[in-house]
Write a protein that binds this ligand. Structure first.
Ligand code: KG4
Ligand code: ZN
Length: 352
């Protein structure tokens, strides 16, 4: 079984070909960052148009790199949500067209399920496991019980962590997208110079909050006075912010591990996914947190943690194995929680 995957929910246009034996035959990702950089963030209308422009040639490239034609494909899987709806519509429409013309099964994949199941593609991980999903649109802790079976243990009550990285980068004049730039600046900085809050640390539950931390960075910045920020100040603030984020996430994750252990006394692992999972310091902290609880720590390679179509193709394969497929009448979904029974968090974003 070989599945063509399509991902268009945010600012990466991606097509991939993945086999049921876990071989990624191709995974082509086109980043639209240059198109959005002048605006300091993703512009939905520009994203949708760029997906439309690039997707057909990316699909061709993905098939070429895999050395296959459409005749060799067993099914087409596309992100069906959640995400910026214009982009999701482009991917779903193209996938449906290929499926209809070729008479292939079509799968509408939940983008978050794509992130959630990546560790099974890369590490053949058995269920259940605890997932920390940290991206530009989401900060969630989920108990992954099976395909389509998720229990949300925590989520953000305001901003997503990636969003906080991007905003702090903007404040420090580092550019866009902020995560990698804050991480680079922080390498030369002193994480103890600025005393920043550790949001939610020590509080009951596993929810996150990053908006207050962002404001605290703004206040420290203002206290430095007017005029251009020195490289030293920017590096120290970036390092102090990154340390506060890592402490906060480690605290929340530690609590989620305890809840996970109550339900699953044996087995399991801590898995990290989403763009922020590329952060080396956060990975280090989580390695320690997991080890302290006796859980293995699984972090897929960075290029499979950020948005990509291989994870969508893989989620499609998992669903096909269960005999699932979707109707061509499927309507793209701007919101699509993995755990529908969890109450919506206050102010939670819709971006994936
Ligand atoms: O998962 P992703 O590629 O797209 C979304 O679905 O949002 O995540 C993108 C987010 C951005 O906010 C970006 O700044 C952040 O991940 N990010 C990082 C790093 N690399 C990317 N944040 C912290 N450290 C990094 N090295
Ligand atoms: Zn994502």
């Amino acid at each position: 079984m070989i599945v063509l995957g399509i991902e268009t929910s945010c600012d990466e246009t991606s097509a991939a070909v993945v086999a049921a034996d876990r071989t990624i035959l191709s995974n082509v990702v086109f980043s639209q960052i240059a198109d959005h950089r002048p605006y300091g963030g993703v512009v939905p209308e520009i994203a949708a148009r760029a997906h439309l422009k690039h997707l057909p040639s990316l699909i061709r490239q993905a098939l070429d790199e895999a050395g296959l034609g459409l005749d060799d494909i067993s099914a087409v899987a596309a992100t069906g949500g959640p995400g910026l709806i214009g982009g999701v519509m482009v991917g779903v429409m193209v996938a449906k067209a290929i499926a209809a013309v070729r008479g292939l099964p079509f799968l509408a994949v939940n983008h978050l399920e794509g992130h959630a199941l990546t560790a099974r593609l890369t590490d053949d991980l058995p269920f259940p496991y605890l997932l920390l999903l940290v991206s530009g649109g989401h900060s969630q802790l989920l108990s992954v019980e099976g395909v389509g079976r998720y229990r949300r243990l925590g989520t953000t009550i305001d901003d997503a962590v990636g969003e906080a990285f991007d905003k702090v980068a903007k404040m420090l004049g580092l550019g866009y997208p902020g995560g990698p730039l804050v991480e680079r600046a922080a390498c030369d900085g002193d994480p103890r110079r600025f005393d920043l809050p550790r949001p939610m640390a020590g509080r009951p539950g596993c929810d996150f909050s990053f908006s207050g931390l962002k404001t605290a960075v703004r206040q420290r910045l203002d206290a430095l006075g007017p005029g251009p920020l020195s490289e030293r100040d920017a590096a120290d603030l970036a390092a102090s912010f990154q340390a506060a984020v890592a402490d906060s996430i480690a605290d929340r994750t530690g609590r989620a591990i305890a809840l996970f252990r109550e339900a699953h006394p044996r087995g399991g692992a801590l898995v990290v996914a989403g763009g922020v999972a590329a952060n080396a310091m956060l990975r280090d902290r989580l390695t320690t947190t997991a080890a302290a609880a006796g859980l293995p720590f699984v972090a897929p390679p960075s290029k499979l943690c950020t948005d990509n179509a291989a994870m969508i193709a893989w989620a499609g394969i998992e669903r096909l194995h269960l005999g699932l497929q979707d109707d061509l009448g499927f309507a793209p979904r701007p919101r699509w929680p993995l755990d529908p029974s969890a109450s919506p968090a206050i102010g939670a974003g819709v971006k994936a």
